[in-house]
Design a protein around this ligand. Structure first.
Ligand SMILES: NC(=O)c1ccc[n+]([C@@H]2O[C@H](COP(=O)([O-])OP(=O)(O)OC[C@H]3O[C@@H](n4cnc5c(N)ncnc54)[C@H](OP(=O)(O)O)[C@@H]3O)[C@@H](O)[C@H]2O)c1
Length: 285
């Protein structure tokens, strides 16, 4: 297999490429977020993951504009959480996000690369339908190049089939790391051609002293968190490590000077605890 590099992309079912390494900004406060994103872009990340809920879409957009990179050089994702009263209202809420992230040439709003439904747990089946139909409209108009879901179980993705014009969703973003491998939904997404994004890939630094992980890290002369990012890449997932610290932002992307072999992957895969291993949530299939 070709050597992995920070410029690696995967191809989404929408036919658009997605940089495999992403940068998360959950809990990145507005006064730090612009600097953190600029640091990340300088370190070579080309993909930033935000959400309406994170309240820092404008800062992410500002960082891209200030970076000197072209809009087409950076992949931007955002998400909508709670459904409003109609498809139209949801659509307009999403257009606002697009405008925050990318003002476009004439100030009328450009595009985001990926728009996700943040969670299946707000608004029930009717809410999920209204959100998906709003995202479909955004996609059709070119305001979201790809659309997808987050925290969706198999039942939620299958449910979309009943009315969706765009199916399957291009991405499912879920909690993934060795302790929470979510095997059922991962296999299902693989079969359907749905790309899998891994949130909390560092388990929020709660496993950095885990003896099994530390042993693998020592073998390669890297840090436990670097092993966790690389683990996701080896699984063909799209990891979204977050940090507001310059050194850690760089370190989390410095994962291309070593590779995990089959033995390492077997050991790390052996850490799976199923739903009990998740720190945010396992999907409900
Ligand atoms: N769709 C969803 O429902 C959902 C849910 C959760 C997360 N997400 C997305 O996934 C991204 C990542 O998840 P996450 O932010 O929850 O968790 P994470 O990336 O696993 O961990 C981030 C935490 O680890 C610390 N950290 C980062 N690098 C480190 C390192 N090298 N050494 C020690 N500590 C380090 C960070 O602190 P510092 O900032 O101080 O470095 C931060 O507290 C989010 O930012 C968000 O974009 C999505």
């Amino acid at each position: 297999m070709a050597k992995r590099t920070i410029t690696d992309t995967l191809r989404l079912a929408s036919a658009h490429p997605i940089p495999q390494l992403g940068f998360g900004v959950y809990k990145s406060p507005p006064d730090l977020c612009v600097q953190s994103c600029l640091t990340a872009l300088r370190a070579g990340y080309r993909h930033i993951d935000t959400a309406q809920y994170y309240a820092n879409e404008a800062e992410v957009g500002e960082a891209v504009r200030r970076s000197g990179l072209g809009r087409g050089d950076v992949f931007l994702t955002t998400k909508i959480l709670s459904p409003a009263a109609s498809v139209d209202q949801n659509y307009h809420k999403c257009v606002e996000s697009v405008r925050e992230l990318d003002a476009g040439k004439d100030g009328s709003g450009g595009y985001v690369d990926l728009f996700l439904i943040h969670s299946p747990n707000c608004g029930g089946a009717q809410g999920r339908k209204m959100l998906w139909q709003a995202l479909e409209r955004l996609h059709q108009e070119g305001k979201a190049k790809s659309i997808g879901v987050s925290n969706f179980g198999i039942q939620h993705i299958e449910e979309l089939k009943e009315f969706a014009k765009v199916w399957p969703p291009h991405v499912n973003q879920i909690e993934l790391h060795p302790w929470s491998q979510q095997t059922e939904i991962v296999e299902y997404c693989g079969k359907q051609g749905i790309a899998i994004e891994a949130y909390c890939p560092l388990v929020r630094n709660t496993k950095a002293a885990d003896p099994t992980l530390v042993k693998v890290a020592e073998k390669h002369g890297v840090t436990p968190n670097q092993v966790l990012v690389r683990y996701c890449l080896e699984r063909n997932w799209i990891p979204l490590p977050k940090s507001d610290n310059e050194g850690r932002i760089q370190k989390n992307a410095d994962v291309y000077g070593f590779a995990l072999d089959k033995e390492d992957m077997d050991v790390l895969n052996g850490l799976n605890q199923g739903a009990a291993g998740s720190i945010v949530q396992a999907v409900d299939n």
